[in-house]
Design a binder for this molecule. Structure first.
Ligand SMILES: NC(=O)c1ccc[n+]([C@@H]2O[C@H](COP(=O)([O-])OP(=O)(O)OC[C@H]3O[C@@H](n4cnc5c(N)ncnc54)[C@H](O)[C@@H]3O)[C@@H](O)[C@H]2O)c1
Length: 301
């Protein structure tokens, strides 16, 4: 990559490093894997607006004229080639949920891609990787009750599907890569269920039955807030392998959070008092280490 060209509003612009003239060091050439997907499109927009040069790497062509390379990340040679010249990798490509494909297909695609991305970055000398882990590592769909609420990063992962097992193992793999190289950063973002603004139309129907969304304790992440979290993570000067829960601050429900817990998970202890509609996934670590604070809510869409 390195052409430094970013399409915006149908016109080609030299990617606006000028946006960041006050802090030019922050402008990076960033490969966004999965940049054609739901989260990826918002991330490309967020990073582009922040003045970074973007290359989308995906096996699907992006719709809006962003520079891209059609790449299958399960192929190591393609992955190395796609990363040439990059300063940072935002790795979002994956089969994004359990049971879209047979388990072995999901596991193979996601695990092999994660390995190829971490290894190709290492071989290319790229020290800055942000990747999409998943809320599922927290134990979704909670057929086994969670240890406490609000959920956080403090208890060991509890993958309950082949999809989640892949995310969990990649979190562990990241720890080993960072142990091998103390200068490396691999930040895994445990996104809650990603929502675009048009998804909010169906939120009021969730209130009819608390069991519809109990599988993730009624949490979500607005795609624009997810993109902001990615930007903060990739711009962070911190090093090492870390995981962060990334969710919105409110639930998807009108019923109070404590009322929902009393009905669906009456034995699960609260670590602290929660607000009336407070989300049961805590983003305290992301706030403290990355400065992340979700700004959107389906309530004021
Ligand atoms: N959508 C959610 O609710 C959610 C929640 C938690 C975590 N995540 C994670 O966030 C990331 C993005 O999810 P999304 O909702 O945008 O998914 P998406 O399906 O909309 O986008 C994923 C993209 O990855 C690409 N891709 C998949 N396998 C590939 C491969 N082998 N080589 C190249 N490209 C490949 C697809 O073509 C697609 O464009 C994923 O890692 C997913 O597991 C998503």
């Amino acid at each position: 990559m390195g052409g430094g060209l970013l399409y915006m509003n149908g016109q080609v612009h030299r990617s606006v490093r000028g946006h960041l003239r006050t802090n030019k060091l922050m402008s990076m050439r960033i490969v966004v894997t999965g940049g054609s997907g739901k989260a990826g499109r918002a991330v490309v927009s967020e990073l582009g607006q922040a003045g970074h040069d973007i290359l989308v790497v995906d096996r699907v062509r992006p719709k809006d004229g962003i520079p891209f390379l059609l790449t299958d990340l399960t192929d190591y040679g393609q992955t190395v080639d796609a990363f040439y010249g990059a300063d940072a990798i935002v790795h979002l490509s994956a089969i994004p949920a359990p049971r879209i494909y047979p388990d072995a297909v999901t596991f193979r695609n996601n695990m092999l891609s994660d390995y190829n991305v971490f290894q190709a970055a290492r071989q290319s000398g790229i020290k800055n990787i942000v990747w999409a882990s998943s809320e599922t590592v927290l134990g979704l769909p909670f057929d086994t009750t969670p240890p406490y609420v609000p959920l956080d990063e403090e208890y060991p992962g509890r993958p309950e599907s082949a999809y989640s097992l892949g995310k969990y193992l990649s979190e562990k793999m990241a720890e080993q890569y960072c142990r091998w190289d103390p200068d490396l950063k691999i930040f895994g973002l445990r996104f809650s269920n990603v929502m675009e603004p048009e998804d909010y139309e169906r939120f009021p129907s969730f209130d009819l039955d608390p069991t519809i969304r109990k599988w993730n304790l009624w949490c979500y992440i607005d795609v624009r807030d997810a993109a902001c979290a990615v930007r903060l993570a990739v711009e962070s000067p911190l090093k090492g392998a870390e995981v962060f829960v990334i969710a919105n601050s409110d639930s998807v429900m009108d019923r109070s959070t404590s009322d929902l817990m009393a009905e669906c998970f009456p034995t699960v202890p609260f670590q602290r008092e929660v607000g009336e509609h407070e989300a049961l996934m805590s983003t305290g670590k992301a706030k403290q280490m990355l400065g992340f604070e979700p700004r959107h809510s389906w309530r004021n869409r």
